[in-house]
Ligand binder design. Structure first.
Ligand code: PEP
Ligand code: MG
Length: 561
């Protein structure tokens, strides 16, 4: 019989396919002693695993060609290093299991490499990868990192970090399911950017067997294990019908009485532009520039490389609005060369604008690159700072933008409650606000956005979060400036109606959500949006707020039909 697991649906649509797990990064085999009589068998197991991993690396090198081939072949040689293998055998002979022998021998070799000068120390990551592959094979668990698969699959993981996801092949990932992560986690954000269905905070996700056929419903949060063919056909037909209905909605974002709410896309770089255009984005409301910095977390990309990437995005929206966020490093988006390794609490540490102010050369290079990228283009460039806490932060950022010669509007993200409460002061320094509701929820409820068990507190329908949004939107209106939402709250069609009612002036989201938000917003007048917002704010929980808005709006919609 089909079993159904339930998590939090964060990206619409249905994905049906086989489960592939994201392998864990570090596998430490137990250090149990084995009887001496078992040593020859363990030595043979270790030898066979080493040979299989080396052969696999060589085969993948042949497929990849070019520079990647050289790296993979070097890794294959590492795996078969005779001295390393001799050390593995010695360790097994005195009581280690095959996996523990490999683990310890590689650890000793790693320490040698790490202390042998810059070039060899740089090979440590390659060595760790080889070790993880051999140990994973011996323990019969998935290979670490992104699954090796030529067939499309549904990716299951504990959680996904931006660095993991940068390696995913978007043509192979049908959908995501994670055990951790709330509605604002990077897994959720990435799934929306890729336009694939996703469910997060699913208890037991990491225990679902590799290869199980699953149907993932990214709206309800249901994950069906081994659904019947009939059920699969039914789900596919319903999803196709819904997609076709949505494709029929087009044009700029507006309420039924014509109040304009521009619908913008959240992008991570040029690769996300086609989906933004396909879904009718009116511009970009959040360009997360940190994805550009993930290629090499040891140093910043050169100014030239940045100019090239920024220009590709800016060119895609002639006459449109593109809001670029200055680098937001730290906490859930760490960068080796910028993020302190020893912070007791990274989410409350040096991150976002704080990192930029401590590293002015990184900020100036980025701002200069943006100024150069926009030269001669008709685009309306806007640049905003992440994690602005107060008026001084806003002032420092605006001054840095002016110093870099940027001809753009400067803005502040509202992600910290202090910024929402004192938005009017911040607006004395900058020209617009953009609400990052993901971090704003995290800091309002003291609930880490990466912890699935806290998904209830990360729910953007929480009335306290709605109050803070209203406070920022009111301040912007009083100052005659704009206040958009670029956090994941904007991608929930019903909540988008409420946000409009709260006075938010634009909504930015993963491109695939735009048609859903556009068609829902078009059903209601601005006055009705306001009524829904009032009803939601008058409640005491996220569930009640959602239900209250739904009730108010269903009344209107039924009456008009
Ligand atoms: C946010 O915090 O809502 C936001 C848009 O930024 P990020 O999700 O990249 O932290
Ligand atoms: Mg944020």
């Amino acid at each position: 019989m089909t079993k159904t697991l339930r998590g939090v649906g964060v990206s619409h649509g249905v994905a049906i396919g086989q489960v592939r797990h994201m392998g864990t990064a570090v596998l430490e085999p137990p250090a149990t002693q084995i009887p001496t009589a078992d040593a020859p068998r363990e030595q043979a197991r270790a030898q066979a695993a080493v040979e299989a991993v080396a052969a696999d690396l060589t085969a993948r090198g042949n497929l990849a060609g070019g520079e990647a081939q050289a790296v993979l072949e070097a890794q294959a040689l590492m795996a078969q290093d005779p001295e390393l293998m001799a050390d593995v055998s010695r360790r097994i002979a005195v009581g280690s299991s095959a996996e523990r022998g490999v683990y310890d021998a590689f650890a000793a070799y790693r320490a040698l490499l790490a202390s042998a000068g810059e070039y060899l120390a740089g090979r440590v990551a390659d060595l760790d990868d080889v070790r993880n592959r051999i140990v994973a094979r011996l323990m019969g668990v998935p290979m670490p990192g992104v699954p090796d698969s030529d067939e499309p699959y549904v990716l299951f993981a504990r959680d996904l970090a931006p660095a993991d996801t940068a390696l995913l092949d978007p043509t192979l990932v049908l959908g995501f399911v994670t055990e951790e992560g709330g509605p604002t986690s990077h897994s959720a954000i990435l799934a929306r950017a890729m336009g694939v269905p996703a469910v997060v905070a699913l208890p037991g996700a990491t225990e679902v067997a590799e290869g199980t056929v699953v149907a993932v419903d990214g709206s309800s949060g249901d994950v069906l294990l081994e659904p019947s063919q009939e059920k699969q056909d039914e789900l596919r037909a319903a999803a196709a019908e819904r997609k076709a209905a949505l494709a029929a909605s087009s044009g700029p974002g507006r309420t039924s009485d014509g109040h304009r709410v521009p619908l913008l896309a959240n992008v991570g770089g040029p690769a996300d532009v086609p989906a933004a255009l396909e879904n009718g984005a009116e511009g970009v409301g959040l360009f997360r520039t940190e994805f550009l910095f993930l290629d090499d977390s040891a140093k910043a990309p050169s100014e030239e490389k940045q100019v090239e990437a920024y220009r590709k995005v800016l060119e895609a929206f002639p006459e449109g609005r593109v809001v670029v966020r200055a680098l937001d490093a730290g906490a859930d988006k760490p960068l080796d060369f910028l993020t302190p390794a020893d912070e007791p609490n990274p989410a409350l540490g040096v991150r976002g604008l704080r990192t930029l102010l401590e590293n002015p050369e990184v900020m100036q290079t980025q701002l200069r690159a943006l100024a150069r990228a926009a030269e001669g283009l008709p685009v309306h460039l806007e640049v905003m700072a992440p994690m602005v806490a107060d008026r001084k932060d806003a002032k420092d950022f605006a001054e840095a933008c002016r110093r870099a010669g940027l001809d753009a509007k400067f803005g502040a993200m509202v992600e910290i409650p202090s910024a929402a409460l004192r938005a009017r002061a911040i607006l004395q320094e900058v020209e617009f606000l953009s609400l990052g509701t993901n971090d704003l929820a995290q800091y309002t409820f003291a609930a880490d956005r990466q912890v699935g068990a806290l998904a209830r507190l990360q729910d953007p329908w929480q009335p306290a979060l709605l109050d803070l949004i209203a406070s920022a939107a009111d301040a912007a209106q009083a100052e005659g400036k704009s206040c958009g939402v670029c956090g994941e709250a904007a991608s929930d069609p019903l909540l988008a109606v409420v946000l409009t009612g709260l006075g938010v002036t634009s909504l930015s989201m993963g491109a695939a959500s735009i048609p859903y938000v556009r068609s829902t917003l078009a059903k209601y007048t601005l006055a009705q949006c306001r009524r829904a917002a009032e009803a939601a704010r008058a409640t005491d929980s996220a569930e009640e707020a959602r239900a209250a808005a739904q009730q108010v709006l269903s009344g209107f919609y039924v009456q008009r039909c």
